[in-house]
Design a protein. Structure first.
Length: 316
């Protein structure tokens, strides 16, 4: 499979991106649609977004964000967090967004799995920035950086602010090969929203203590508490950030659990988007292993900003 990013164009509208596949399995383009390569050459791209001036930002699974200006990728990335990002199996930098006022404040936000080597050893004597430690307990993290104006083509690394997961005890636990970071988007009220998976095994109904997971290591490192050693059932714990949609209020930066999102059997984080009204959430809801996904719309009444449905032992 080619690791290039191809953009599809329908009329004058950018609509999707994907990894190229052999022609024998590619879908047939319908009549009236135009199939054109706009830009390629990225390594495991996850998504793209635009600023108010139409400049494109493409983020890769490794934690590198590229700017595409007038169809040309700039030679130097906006930011490269590959040293910190745990880029293994389903994990990596899967969430990226620009501040709604990006062209004036230059702020960007990233949501990613932290490489255990970085989490446990960064800043310590003997730390090796080129080493990786995969298949191990770690956390999910949200960070903010500020791009340098007026061009906003590079970031001030000293502007780094960890909004969620500053330490191994305060991040979102990740104890297996999947079910980690999801979407990172702004709601229309200016708060930052994210979706996080249960951090548990996808091979069975993980109810804690599963020997194929990294629960023992997570307990020893205080990544989880004994009460959180319940596998996918962390989704049902209000004290846990796993299996939730979370709301980060940037004034000040506090985290509120918004939606307890759970599925049967345990699955990964949903993707989410927002309609024109505050806290109206569209969620792609997986309903079980090897089954189709659903698109949900949930209107959450302010000011409570809370809702729940489903669970590892329930189907919504």
């Amino acid at each position: 499979m080619c690791r290039s990013l191809l953009f599809r164009v329908v009329g004058a509208t950018w609509i999707s991106f994907f990894f190229s596949v052999p022609a024998s399995v590619a879908q047939t383009v319908l009549s009236g649609f135009n199939d054109a390569v706009v830009i390629s050459g990225f390594n495991a791209p996850v998504g793209f977004t635009f600023d108010a001036n139409g400049r494109m930002y493409v983020w890769e699974k490794s934690g590198t964000v590229w700017i595409v200006d007038n169809g040309t990728r700039l030679p130097v990335p906006l930011i490269d967090l590959s040293e910190e990002v745990g880029n293994w199996r389903d994990h990596g930098c899967l969430g990226f967004t620009l501040d709604p006022a990006f062209l004036s404040n230059g702020r960007i936000y990233l949501f990613y799995t932290v490489d255990r080597n970085y989490l446990m050893n960064y800043g310590q004597p003997g730390y090796d920035p080129d080493a990786d430690q995969y298949l191990s307990a770690t956390i999910m993290r949200v960070t903010r950086y500020t791009a340098i104006g007026p061009a906003f083509t590079s970031v001030d690394l000293n502007s780094r602010t960890v909004l969620l997961g500053e330490t191994k005890k305060t991040g979102i636990p990740l104890l297996y090969e999947s079910h980690s970071t999801g979407a990172l988007v702004f709601a229309s009220d200016g708060t930052l929203m994210l979706t996080a998976g249960d951090g548990a095994s996808y091979n069975a109904a993980d109810v804690g203590g599963d020997p194929q997971t990294y629960f023992a290591q997570a307990l020893a490192d205080s990544i989880i508490t004994p009460a959180e050693n319940v596998g996918a059932m962390r989704s049902q714990l209000l004290s846990s950030m796993n299996g939730k949609m979370l709301r980060i209020d940037r004034r000040p930066a506090t985290v509120c659990r918004v939606i307890r999102f759970m599925t049967r059997p345990p699955r990964g984080p949903p993707k989410a988007g927002f309609g024109p009204w505050v806290c109206a959430t569209h969620i792609g809801s997986p309903i079980g292993r090897a089954r189709a996904a659903r698109i949900r719309q949930l209107a959450i009444p302010a000011p409570s900003i809370s809702a729940m449905w489903g669970g590892p032992t329930m189907r919504s």
